[in-house]
Design a protein around this ligand. Structure first.
Ligand SMILES: Cc1cc2nc3c(=O)[nH]c(=O)nc-3n(C[C@H](O)[C@H](O)[C@H](O)COP(=O)(O)O)c2cc1C
Length: 129
């Protein structure tokens, strides 16, 4: 299990994290999983989606996760994607309720793709370590 996750992290060209917020912080399960690896993340970008039932969309968790990704060598893109009042946006069965999110997420994903391409092109020239 750990080896297959390692391979996935190693082979990925970027990391899109989706985190809830617990007691103003990121999920312990997310942190624990991220902490298992290190070199696998190097010189690849990350992007952060956070959610909560409240009105702030898990922004505290997102800010903490930004620090963690910076330490792991996978810096986060400028934009993040908080989803407040999650129950009004996505239904229990995963159906999108709020169609406005389609447009919002397209812009966010386009920015992430730009960084993925930029990092990939630069990695092709080698990395400092
Ligand atoms: C112990 C606990 C602490 C929580 N703390 C926060 C919080 O600080 N901020 C927030 O917006 N929501 C908080 N919530 C609400 C969670 O974000 C909400 O339950 C969310 O659905 C959890 O996501 P999950 O079900 O995918 O794990 C908390 C929930 C629990 C159970």
């Amino acid at each position: 299990m750990k080896q297959s996750l390692r391979n996935k992290i190693n082979d990925a060209e970027g990391y899109l994290a989706v985190t809830p917020e617990y007691n103003r912080g990121l999920s312990g399960a997310m942190k624990n999983t991220l902490d298992y690896f290190l070199e696998e993340y190097y010189f690849k970008p990350s992007a952060i989606v956070s959610y909560s039932p409240g009105m702030f969309g898990g922004v505290n968790a997102a800010q903490q996760l930004r620090l963690v990704f910076a330490e792991l060598g996978a810096p986060s893109i400028s934009s993040s994607f908080p989803i407040p009042r999650l129950h009004e946006v996505i239904s229990e069965d995963g159906t999108l309720i709020d169609e406005a999110y389609n447009k919002r997420v397209s812009k966010f994903l386009a920015e992430f793709e730009w960084y993925i391409e930029a990092f990939k092109n630069q990695r092709a020239n080698g990395t400092p370590y």
